[in-house]
Design a protein around this ligand. Structure first.
Ligand code: C2E
Ligand code: MG
Ligand code: MG
Ligand code: MG
Length: 281
C-alpha cells in the first residue's frame, strides 16, 4: 500500500519492513514452485478415543523448503489463501490423504481409521469443490466415510445457506465434517443445529488453560455439554499433559488430540509407532 500511493510514503517503509516484504516475496515465488518441486510434505497426528485407542489422524501440511527447512503451515497457508495457491495445495493434500485411505482398504484395523483434512474457505467456496472432492475419492478409491473435512467457523459464516447445501451433498457421499478451532470464531448455535456436522474440535488455546484458568475451564466444560446436547462428537485439541487429559475425561470429553498422544509425523514414522496399527499378521 505504501508503495502504490507514491514515492513520498516510502519514508514510512523502514528497512526492517522492507526485509520482511522481500522475504515474503521470495517465499511467495518459491511457493509457486513447491508442488512441482515436490517440496510439500504431509504429516499426520493421531486422534484417540476415551481409552486412548487411535481412531484416526489429522493430516497437517509442511513445506520442506530447500533453504529454510521445514516451514510450518502458519507461515505459508495464509499467504497461499491470499494468492489462491491454496487451491492446488489443498487438492494436493486431499489427494494424498485419499491415497493413504485407499492403501488401508481391506486391512481389518486400519480401514476403520479416519483421516481429517483441513479445508480452507477459499477452497470450499470454489464452484467445483464438490466435483473435485468426488473425483478425488473416485480416482483414489478412498472410502468417503473415512474422510473428515475440518472446517472453521468463518468458513461456515460465508453464505451459510450455500455452505449448508454443499455440506449436505458431501454428507450424502458419506463424508463427515468437524468444526475446527471451536470457540475462536463466531458460531451461531443455530448453524450448529442446522449443519450436518459430526463433531466439534475445542481449540487448543482453551485446553492450554483448563487447569489454571477458570474461564478456559468454563468454556471447555460448556462446550463439551453443548456438543453432547446437540449430539455432536467433541475432540479436545492440543492436549499436552496427563493432567489436562484427566480433567477433560472427568468433564465428559471422549476424544483427544495433542502432543501427549503424538506429534504430527510422516506416515512411515507413524506406522512404526505401532500403537496405531496392530499389525494384521
Ligand atoms: P489446526 O487444524 O487446528 O491443527 C492443529 C494444530 O495444532 C497443528 O499445528 C498441530 O501441529 C498443533 N498441535 C497439535 N497438538 C498440539 C499440542 O499438544 N500442543 C500444541 N501447542 N500444538 C499442537 P500446525 O501443523 O502447525 O498447523 C497449524 C494450522 O495450519 C492448522 O491448525 C490448520 O488451520 C492449518 N493447516 C495445516 N495443514 C493444513 C492444510 O493441509 N490445509 C489447510 N487449509 N490448512 C492447514
Ligand atoms: Mg484442523
Ligand atoms: Mg484446530
Ligand atoms: Mg486452525
Amino acid at each position: 500500500q505504501a508503495k502504490t500511493s507514491g514515492g513520498n510514503t516510502m519514508r514510512f517503509f523502514n528497512p526492517d519492513m522492507q526485509a520482511d516484504v522481500m522475504a515474503r516475496v521470495h517465499l511467495e515465488a518459491d511457493l509457486h514452485q513447491a508442488i512441482a518441486r515436490d517440496e510439500l510434505r504431509l504429516h499426520y497426528q493421531v486422534q484417540v478415543d476415551e481409552l486412548s485407542r487411535v481412531t484416526g489422524v489429522e493430516a497437517l501440511i509442511r513445506w520442506e523448503h530447500p533453504q529454510r527447512g521445514l516451514v510450518p503451515p502458519s507461515q505459508f497457508i495464509p499467504l497461499a489463501e491470499k494468492n489462491r495457491l491454496i487451491l492446488p495445495i489443498g487438492y494436493w493434500v486431499l489427494e494424498r490423504a485419499c491415497q493413504q485411505l485407499a492403501t488401508w482398504a481391506g486391512d481389518d484395523h486400519r480401514q476403520r481409521l479416519t483421516i481429517a483434512v483441513n479445508v480452507s474457505s477459499v477452497q470450499f467456496h470454489q464452484p467445483d469443490f464438490i466435483a473435485r472432492v468426488q473425483h478425488t475419492l473416485e480416482s483414489t478409491g478412498a472410502d468417503p466415510s473415512r474422510l473428515v473435512l475440518e472446517v472453521t467457523e468463518s468458513l461456515l459464516m460465508e453464505d451459510p445457506e450455500r455452505v449448508r447445501n454443499i455440506m449436505l451433498r458431501l454428507s450424502r457421499l458419506g463424508i463427515r465434517f468437524a468444526l475446527d478451532d471451536f470457540g475462536t470464531g463466531y458460531s451461531s448455535l443455530n448453524y450448529l443445529k442446522r449443519l450436518p456436522l459430526h463433531g466439534l474440535k475445542i481449540d487448543k488455546s482453551f485446553i492450554k488453560g483448563v487447569l489454571e484458568d477458570p474461564v478456559d475451564a468454563a468454556i471447555v466444560s460448556t462446550t463439551i455439554t453443548l456438543a453432547a446436547s446437540l449430539k455432536l462428537g467433541v475432540t479436545a485439541e492440543g492436549v499436552e499433559t496427563e493432567a489436562q487429559h484427566q480433567w477433560l475425561r472427568e468433564h465428559g470429553c471422549g476424544a483427544f488430540q495433542g502432543y501427549l498422544f503424538g506429534r504430527p509425523v510422516p506416515m512411515d514414522e507413524l506406522l512404526l509407532a505401532s500403537h496405531l496399527c496392530p499389525m494384521t499378521t
